[in-house]
Write a protein that binds this ligand. Structure first.
Ligand code: BDP
Length: 697
């Protein structure tokens, strides 16, 4: 049990009566039709059922038994057609499916029906999940459809196989051996994605390399696309804006230059020659040194539209990122994306999505939602979440991110009055968009267990599940994942689920409580570095964000400060701008607050900061205790892996707490409350450590 099998372990069902019921229901499997997608659905059902039921289930073409599992579409399966499901299937759309139990001609059917082959595959995974999690399947009657159309992983993978902000080994894509060698990992990767409804993957880093657009690489890309296609997983690439110069020999990449436009058009045609169902481009432009339309005095819409025109005839899309900032916005980096993009609302082509990070800075442990959500009615906005834990302890930290994703999705923008949640902007219901999308920056690499930390798998899983249906709760998703990944034993599930649900808050407490942000070590973003200052860009330092002084701490984003709060719709802006009503979790994000200010607990801000940091450390210790108690209920290999990583996390938590409190104390000049554990070392000691490594403390 090294974690390779993810949540697709298909171990024999332990509950005897469930096992009996499942064995009875699936006397044989019938899938009529033989597209590559139906083939993999059949393979998956066979493999899954053989494992879960502990016996081989025959696949037949016509009913021979009393109890039958049938999967298919009315167009290729006569059996499905005879069941007359057309009314119900209308609601299933292009990717959805029905699961139901019914009888016909004296036989009992468990039915997976869809309008498309990919719907059948998704339905097959759903049925397997029901068995894996030991649910009742006697009276099935459900329809499931995705709420968002493009559910995409973003791999920040470089062509040399290093991964930007990747903590689980190297890139999965073995460019050297492609296109000839198809690693089984590619197939297992596609299976895992299909099992949670992910239908797209951007293979390359947003800090793009134009080489991937050259024929040698495109052949390799095509081989991956071929391997993924049966699983409904489309391939996308990042487009380096200056590619026409770098690989096209042009003098400019100006998006309004006809030669440049023709070059992208021809390049797109070439790509579609290799990959007929190529998804399109993801673009980072004019951000962190990447080239873009502004280099030529053009704007983001000019750039995005040029690429959109190049792929439009082939049905491709452009995902244009709104993660932009430079020194043009001297008073507050948080404001720049909104200021640059909002005026362009209505100017983007129909096949452009603007991809916005969940918060206005950069994947901090906690951020308020990005003010662009709700603010661009004429432009479909796509969510970008980070699954890889760049700012959340990276590969060694147990952080279940569903609560963080949900916090953003459920935030109310008030764009069209109460109930205008971020999720409704993303799923198209707020402004009636049909082009919708959500992206997650992948945490997957060549590590045997895919994600480095065993629990990192839960974040890949939860991203897919929420992309399909953002109304699912964090708790439901955690429970599913635990049951499939470890065991259905409730003595294991209950405590470990609650450990997962609290894990994100625990990390926020020991890293950036009360709305603090961007106080991590320079460049690698791992350990604490609240003292980082005097760099060539102020907005890359920590002091720019926490602004601690003798009076207090926090970034004043109200009228008396940067007024970033005014970018939100009035009810939200009003709530955030008022010290009395701002949610405490965002307190120091929006306000510079006196050390002696009384917070909700009745403590002074300084004391509250001390308690929060300490409770973060305590939280990790509780996680350790919880985990220790489940020893013996899961395999020793994964048990020890998690235990060891939790011990590292406990060191990290102390390090963050001590370093941050000692540093902030130089401003507050107040004591750490007596009843709290004292820092183990001096501030000088922590400042002398290399924050890339967990110190031996
Ligand atoms: C930041 C990362 C950087 C990425 C950038 C981005 O530190 O490595 O290139 O985001 O999203 O979080 O483009």
């Amino acid at each position: 049990e090294d974690g390779y099998r993810l949540w697709q372990r298909y171990e024999q069902v332990q509950d005897a009566s469930k096992l009996q019921a499942y064995r009875k229901a699936a006397g044989e499997i019938i899938i009529q039709g033989n597209s590559p997608t139906l083939k993999v659905a059949q393979q998956e059902l066979e493999m899954g059922l053989n494992g879960l039921l502990g016996q081989a289930v025959p696949t037949t073409q016509q009913p021979t038994q009393q109890n039958i599992l049938v999967a298919g579409t009315p167009s290729t399966s006569a059996l499905i057609k005879e069941l007359n499901l057309s009314d119900k299937l209308k609601a299933a759309g292009d990717e959805g499916y029905l699961l139901l139990t019914t009888t016909k001609n004296g036989r009992n059917y468990t039915v997976i029906a869809a309008n498309t082959d990919i719907g059948v595959l998704y339905g097959s995974f759903h049925l397997l999940r029901l068995l894996q999690t030991e649910q009742d399947i006697a009276k099935l009657s459900l329809t499931s459809t995705p709420k968002i159309k493009h559910r995409v992983l973003n791999h920040w993978d470089n062509l040399d196989r290093t991964v930007e902000r990747g903590y689980s080994g190297f890139s999965l894509w073995n460019w050297h051996l492609l296109p000839d060698y198809i690693d089984q990992r590619y197939i297992d990767y596609a299976r895992a994605n299909a099992s949670i409804g992910i239908n797209g993957t951007v293979l390359t880093n947003v800090n793009a390399n134009a080489l991937v657009l050259t024929p040698d690489y495109l052949k390799k890309v095509a081989a991956l696309a071929d391997a993924f296609r049966p699983y409904g997983l489309k391939v996308y690439l990042t487009a380096r804006f200056s590619a026409p110069i770098e690989i096209g020999g042009l003098k400019t990449a100006d998006p309004l230059d006809p030669q440049v436009q023709a070059w992208w058009k021809q390049k797109s045609d070439e790509i579609y020659g290799y990959v007929p169902d190529f998804g399109g481009f993801l673009v980072k432009a004019n951000s962190e040194g990447q080239p873009g339309p502004q280099n030529y005095g053009r704007n983001h819409a000019d750039g995005a539209n040029m690429l959109a025109d190049a792929v439009a005839a082939h049905g491709g899309i452009v995902m244009w990122r709104a993660f932009v900032y430079d020194d043009k916005e001297p008073d507050d980096r948080a404001k720049q994306a909104y200021n640059e993009f909002k005026p362009l609302d209505g100017q983007f082509r129909d096949n452009v999505l603007v991809q916005v990070k969940n918060g206005p800075i950069d994947f901090q442990p906690r951020e308020p939602f990005h003010p662009m959500f709700g603010a661009m009615p004429k432009t479909p906005l796509m969510m970008e979440f980070q699954i890889t834990q760049e700012y959340l302890g990276q590969g060694t930290t147990l952080a279940y991110l569903s609560p963080m994703y949900k916090e953003t999705l459920e935030s109310d923008t008030y764009a069209k009055g109460k109930g205008s949640t971020v999720a409704k902007d993303i799923d198209g219901t707020l402004y009636k968009h049909t082009l919708t999308g959500i992206a997650g920056v992948a945490n997957i690499g060549t590590d045997r267990n895919w994600t480095g930390h065993q629990f990192g798998q839960a974040n890949w899983y939860t991203f897919g599940r929420l992309a399909w249906d953002h109304t699912l709760s964090s708790e439901e998703i955690a429970e599913e994942w635990l049951r499939m990944t470890f065991t259905n034993n409730s003595q294991f599930i209950a405590p470990v689920k609650s450990m997962m649900l609290g894990s994100h808050e625990t990390i926020v407490n020991y890293m950036t409580p009360l709305g603090l942000h961007h106080i991590m070590g320079w460049s690698h973003h791992y350990g604490p570095g609240p003292w980082i200052k005097d760099k060539h860009r102020a907005d890359w330092t920590s002091v720019y964000y926490h602004r601690a002084d003798e009076k207090g701490i926090g970034f004043d984003r109200t009228k008396t400060g940067s007024n970033a709060v005014s970018q939100y719709f009035p009810p939200v802006a009003k709530q955030f701008a008022n010290l009395k009503t701002v949610p405490e979790k965002y307190l120091l994000w929006f306000h510079h607050v006196d050390w002696d200010y009384k917070v909700n607990s009745g403590r002074t801000l300084w004391n509250e900061l001390c308690y929060r940091y300490s409770s973060g450390v305590d939280g990790v210790r509780q996680m350790q205790q919880t985990w220790d108690k489940v020893q013996g209920q899961v395999d020793e290999e994964r048990f020890q892996h998690v235990k060891t990583f939790l011990a590292i996390q406990e060191k990290e938590a102390k390090w963050w707490r001590d370093a941050c409190l000692l540093y902030f104390q130089t401003f507050s000049k107040r004591p750490i409350p007596q009843d709290l554990e004292k820092p183990a070392h001096t501030l000088e000691h922590y400042m002398s450590l290399d924050p890339k490594f967990v110190p031996g403390i």
